[in-house]
Write a protein that binds this ligand. Structure first.
Ligand code: ADP
Ligand code: MG
Length: 232
């Protein structure tokens, strides 16, 4: 019998509890789920249901109170959280967290320097420039302070920055929340391409049904449980 390739990301019996001064809040309850490469996932759920918590655990920013998270079959505690975040998983935060005193280009280069990412050919600058262009920002925009870019353009910089490190998994927390419909659609198209043409695993938390409808798999987070929505 041959063993199947492990999923790119696996959550096994994952629970998470926040300990407040007075009481404990269990946000996630024994979640089991496997995420695959080449697939675009969306996670829906009411506000406060634990979506951001789930992303921070899956992206190695926090550790679950119980259970294990593994990348390509390797437990994150063994692989190392720093290594996982640098080489394998990138997160686009709800607030883009761009360095506002830098240009778009500098933001992307800076991320590559911090994570030690080196392009296969050419300089970091050339690679950053290429990524920004690919995602729809031309030179006049990339050499401007990010403060002078629109919300949609800043979102693109955040995506290019996440991609610069050539990760396997891309997480995004409500990435289209502040964008108009056309701009949001452009971002959704980019996520689909990343999954379907570049084989990335893309996991997006959203409130948007429009976005969810275009993903390959829709997950619902409710009362601490993650379930897959079956389209009939
Ligand atoms: N650092 C924290 N300490 C204590 N409670 C928290 C913390 N972060 C989130 N929570 C609580 O956990 C629940 C889920 O929060 P969150 O993951 O942000 O939900 P969502 O992203 O779905 O809105 C909420 O009740 C929130 O108040
Ligand atoms: Mg949230």
């Amino acid at each position: 019998m041959t063993s199947a390739t492990p999923p790119v990301l696996r959550l096994a019996d994952v629970s998470h509890t926040y300990s407040g001064q007075r009481r404990k809040t269990t946000v996630l309850k024994s979640i089991d789920y496997s995420f695959e490469r080449g697939t675009f996932y969306t996670i829906l759920g009411p506000s406060g249901s634990g979506k951001t918590t789930l992303l921070s655990l899956a992206s190695g920013l926090d550790t679950p109170t119980k259970g294990t998270i593994s990348f390509d079959g390797q437990d994150l505690t063994k692989l190392g959280f720093g290594r996982y975040r640098n080489k394998h998983a990138a997160t686009i935060f709800q607030q883009y967290n761009l360095l506002t005193y830098m240009t778009a280009l500098q933001n992307v280069i800076c991320a590559m320097e911090i994570t030690g990412a080196k392009p296969a050919t050419g300089s970091r600058k050339a690679h950053a420039s290429h990524l920004l262009e690919q995602i729809g920002l031309d030179k006049t925009m990339t050499t401007r302070s990010v403060m002078q870019l629109s919300g949609g353009q800043q979102q693109r910089v955040a995506i290019a920055r996440a991609l610069a490190c050539d990760v396997d998994i891309l997480f995004a927390d409500e990435p289209t929340g502040n964008l108009d419909e056309d701009t949001a659609q452009g971002i959704i198209d980019t996520f689909r391409e990343l999954a379907h043409e570049q084989g990335k695993c893309v996991v997006v938390v959203t409130h948007s049904q429009q976005l969810a409808a275009q993903s390959d798999r829709i997950l619902n987070l409710r009362k601490g449980k993650l379930t897959e929505q079956v389209n009939t």
